[in-house]
Design a protein around this ligand. Structure first.
Ligand SMILES: Nc1ncnc2c1ncn2[C@@H]1O[C@H](COP(=O)(O)OP(=O)(O)OP(=O)(O)O)[C@@H](O)[C@H]1O
Length: 497
């Protein structure tokens, strides 16, 4: 091939292109930094909030059991009213029209998030964590100058299941709709084409890890400008079932210091804290609840009943409970029944259906269409009983679930707290009934602690299994229901039965 000192026309163009790309990349890196700086420099506290006596705000923090641990000790005032948000356009307050005030996690986290800080938010199930991380996200992006828009997603929110990703996306769309921003929901089990197209113009990506990594690898999801990274149900996203996929995603976002990283959950076990710290810069820890020890505790508005039963009698006892809690005027009450394994969920669903109950099932062996239909029927009340595995344990915000029944105890007591958290949401009361057997006795100590922390009755038969807390989580923890999207072809999915 002819050697030439002078680059040929095509080589020259390629060189020019490379220079242009390099220059663009610099702009992009600056942009990522500017987005982060923008957030921190643009949070000007509302004057009326500043005028409030500090003692009044300290009383608010105490009354709502809000604990803020900030390495920078910046002492930002909680945003106790929606009008204290730095939102000038009233349209943007519309999504909160039916709410009286920010929830404690929202009030405490918003100022730090608007100021660009990394935040770990730990608050009970059903306490508004979604809006807690979504409002500052939408605010930061909508405050960007026009020239910095349409350069790729500015925020990525990762959820452990498809249904939860869709639910968060629906919440976020209420905010983006009034700000002229675009969001996209990326999850497995459905065709990629539509997601690929929407990623081209999306400002915010809500995703499950498997499908998102697929689209990153294929070059359709570019998170290099996503300076706002949220792990929802963070402890689940950091357990060994997801850790690798999460690391891959975060590594494609701007570096620590050029991004804001948020972790929100109702349970924050010791086992994930060290790993979480590797992704964050001097995070502010915000915990809600009169739970100074920080030990695991369930939402105290949920009455927790535990029955120790013979494993062979569980399904018979479940039937009795369903008859009791769906009798007469309660026939439309929503009852969520949790099993541990997919085949068990199918068996229990058939068993219940055969006895005349209107019931549907949701678990990982079903198609996404079947899962969405089952959840829809449960929400609408056409099938007021839903039999689920832990794919429905976290995050799902189904209004008015009156009763949660644990037919089989979960692999961890954290999952127990999340499962029962499907009831008693947004300030309502709830009821959770758990069938506990000798097969679950390794978890008796941890369960007893959760019951005591929420001032619940501890049955004598449960005490007999002992009160010591076994630390080791079950090997399969977090892996067998996770939504790996199309990664399933490569990931070795653990399946049961
Ligand atoms: N400020 C508010 N006041 C009243 N209700 C609110 C407020 N913010 C959110 N909600 C409602 O509270 C319910 C629970 O919110 P959300 O699903 O975000 O809870 P969560 O803390 O994420 O729960 P989980 O831990 O189970 O994921 C939703 O129906 C939501 O619309």
């Amino acid at each position: 091939m002819k050697e030439s000192l002078e680059p040929s026309a095509s080589e020259e163009t390629a060189e020019e292109k490379a220079e242009t790309v390099g220059a663009l990349q610099e702009i992009v890196d600056e942009n990522a930094e500017v987005v982060k700086d923008e957030a921190s420099s643009t949070y000007a506290e509302n004057a009326a909030l500043t005028a409030l006596p500090r003692a009044e705000l300290d009383r608010f923090l105490a009354d709502k059991f809000i604990t803020i641990t900030d390495p920078n000790k910046s002492n930002l005032r909680p945003i106790t009213k929606f009008e204290y948000l730095p939102i000038t356009d009233d349209k943007q307050l519309k999504p909160f029209a039916n709410f009286k005030a920010p929830t404690p996690i929202q009030a405490a986290a918003w100022p730090f998030l608007l100021a660009g800080r990394d935040v770990i938010g730990v608050a009970e199930t059903g306490s508004g964590k979604t809006m807690g991380f979504a409002v500052p996200c939408v605010r930061a992006i909508s405050a960007l100058p026009k020239k910095m828009r349409n350069m790729g997603p500015r925020a990525v929110i990762v959820s452990p299941t498809r249904e939860l990703a869709v639910q968060s996306y629906d919440e976020i769309k209420k905010l983006t709709a009034v700000c002229g921003l675009e969001a996209v929901c990326v999850y497995g089990g459905v065709p990629k084409q539509e997601q690929r197209k929407l990623l081209k113009t999306a400002d915010i990506v809500v995703a499950t890890p498997g499908r998102l990594n697929d689209l990153i690898i294929e070059g359709f999801a570019d998170l290099s400008k996503a300076a706002y990274v949220v792990l929802d149900e963070a402890d689940r996203m950091l357990d060994k079932g997801f850790e690798e996929e999460i690391r891959k995603i975060i590594n494609t976002t701007p570096a620590i210091g050029k991004r804001q990283t948020l972790m929100f959950t109702a349970t924050w076990p010791e086992s994930v804290r060290a790993l979480a710290a590797t992704f964050m810069q001097k995070p502010v820890k915000i915990a809600i609840g009169d739970n100074p020890s920080g030990d695991l505790r369930a939402n105290t508005r949920i009455m927790q009943k535990v029955e120790v039963v013979d494993p062979r009698h569980k399904e018979w006892r479940l039937l009795q409970l369903l008859k009791e809690y769906s009798a007469g005027t309660k026939s439309e009450d929503r009852i969520l029944v949790f099993c541990l394994y997919k085949k068990e969920a199918t068996r229990v669903e058939i068993y219940i259906k055969g006895r005349g109950f209107r019931v549907a099932g949701i678990h990982g062996d079903l198609t996404q269409e079947q899962r969405s239909r089952a959840l829809d029927g449960f929400k609408k009340g056409t099938t007021p009983i839903l039999v689920a595995t832990d794919v429905a344990a976290r995050g799902l915000d189904i209004p008015d679930v009156q009763v949660v029944i644990n037919c089989t105890f979960p692999l961890t007591v954290e999952d127990y707290v999340h499962r029962i958290g499907r009831t008693g949401r947004a300030g309502k009361q709830g009821l959770a009934i758990t069938l506990f057997t000798e097969h679950d006795k390794a978890q008796s100590g941890a369960l007893i602690n959760v019951l005591k922390a929420a001032n619940q009755e501890v049955p004598e038969e449960l005490m007999k299994f002992g009160t010591t807390v076994k630390k080791k989580a079950h090997d399969a923890y977090g892996a067998f229901y996770k939504d790996t999207g199309d990664m399933a072809k490569t990931a070795t999915k653990i399946t049961f039965d």
